[in-house]
Write a protein that binds this ligand. Structure first.
Ligand code: GLV
Ligand code: MN
Ligand code: MN
Length: 418
């Protein structure tokens, strides 16, 4: 076995066809008729995706384990078994109208990097581990980035497991069902030392494609606060109840949303303000709504600005609620993250050695790397995606770009593990 700085060997051993084949096999798990993927966190499709990845890993001779929140780890041993591993990965869950690459790419690119290290006969001092984090998307169970938040100690395991989906199932129950499918899988402790973390991902935005670049080195992630808003009015007959007697939860919610939009959206279009779920109860055409529930996803790259804007949500909602009651609960908060210089330098050097042009860019989307950054030096690589489209069934990326990202990833991982 060669050892030391033989990263070129790992990059050269990355196989574009193999990477694409695994991505497409994974995309078949939870495939939607429109070409997208619907693979909710801790669903049976998620379990199937995990088994697929675990099977590929075992076929390559790697040890596979899970932890109490269901993060999946694949370990390529290093020469020093006591050294903290270099970690790479992403997530296998998708949005309900999701695509084939968000999350899946980082997992499969990581597996390809490990496979390429084997093919190139490379040994590293540190172990290199691939991880598929549980419930990154937060679409089924809130908050998102659940697996990485528990792993890094930002979220208590019990709090995470108590999360409930729309059908009343807890994350604990869903995870137990997923793990029952792999009864022989080793369970490792919830926390572990990490030397460095690198996550590969599609950009989910238009910058790289517009500039004709195959690679982005991600400098950080903008901050994000999630809120749950509950507006309570009173059910009444739609045909007989005069306006003055109504406590219409929908009309109150409508006024709240209009007020929040006016106050939070900015001319420069930096603030991101999204209401992605809106539920009206009892949901009958001829009953005045008694209750509305909606979510807010608020993002900004500046920490102070995000704090200020987020802190205005509850007072603004209260002032616009009219005769209805309103409660605003913050369900998650992540401050803007700046990635670590040493990792960014390793990734830039890796790109140069691979002859891949790149630019630095920030991430507008959230990633598990945001939590890992609090625990270990962390970086991310972006590859272009068509039209910058993501969280959409039409999400797509070119096999050659995906392979380029995996080459730079492999190169960087070997360097970090030496
Ligand atoms: C992750 O998909 C996010 O919400 O940014
Ligand atoms: Mn993602
Ligand atoms: Mn996503």
């Amino acid at each position: 076995m060669a050892d030391g700085h033989t990263e070129q060997g790992a990059a050269a051993a990355v196989d574009e066809g193999r990477l694409w084949g695994r991505l497409m096999a994974l995309a078949a798990v939870g495939a939607r008729p429109d070409g997208g993927v619907d693979r909710p966190a801790l669903s049976m499709q998620d379990a199937q995706a995990r088994s697929l990845v675990a099977g590929w890993a075992r076929d390559l001779g790697f040890a596979v384990a899970t932890d109490p929140i269901g993060n999946l780890f694949v370990r390529r041993a290093g020469r020093d078994p006591d050294a903290a591993p270099v970690l790479t990965g992403s997530h296998l869950d998708t949005q309900p109208m999701g695509g084939r690459f968000d999350g899946a790419y980082g997992v499969i690119a990581g597996l390809e990097a490990l496979h390429a290290m084997n093919d190139a006969g490379i040994s590293t001092r540190r172990p290199v581990e691939l991880v598929a984090w549980t419930n990154e998307e937060g679409a089924r169970f809130q908050p998102g980035c659940m697996g990485s938040a528990v792993f890094t100690g930002a979220l208590a395991l019990e709090t995470a497991l108590a999360a409930v989906d729309r059908d009343g199932m807890t994350a604990r129950e869903a995870l137990a069902a997923v793990l029952a499918g792999e009864p022989e899988m080793a369970i490792r402790p919830a926390d572990a030392a990490v030397h460095a973390y690198v996550e590969a991902h599609i950009e989910q935005g238009p910058v790289l494609e517009e500039e004709g670049l195959p690679l982005g080195i991600v400098t950080g992630i903008q901050g994000c606060r999630w809120f749950a808003v509950e507006v309570t009015g009173e059910a009444a007959h739609a045909g007989t109840t005069p306006r003055a007697r109504r406590r219409d939860a929908f009309m109150a919610a409508h006024a709240i949303v209009a007020e929040l939009r006016r106050a939070l959206e900015d001319e420069a279009d930096v603030t991101r303000f999204t209401i992605g779920r809106f539920e009206v109860e009892p949901g009958s055409p001829n009953t005045v709504p008694a209750r509305v529930f909606f979510t807010i996803d608020l993002r900004h790259p500046d920490a102070a600005r995000l704090t200020d804007l987020g802190d205005r949500v509850a007072p603004l909602a209260g002032s616009a609620a009219g005769g209805c009651a309103v409660t605003v609960t913050q369900t998650s908060a992540s401050a803007p993250v700046v990635f670590a210089d040493p990792v960014l330098r390793v990734l830039r050097d890796a790109a140069v050695r691979c002859g891949v042009p790149f630019r630095d860019l920030p991430s507008g989307a959230g990633h598990d790397a945001g939590y890992l950054a609090a625990m270990a030096p962390t970086g991310m690589l972006f590859v272009p995606c068509a039209g910058g489209v993501s969280h959409h069934p039409a999400e797509s990326a070119a096999p050659a770009d995906l392979a380029t990202g995996a080459r730079v990833l492999a190169e960087g991982l070997v360097r970090l593990a030496e």
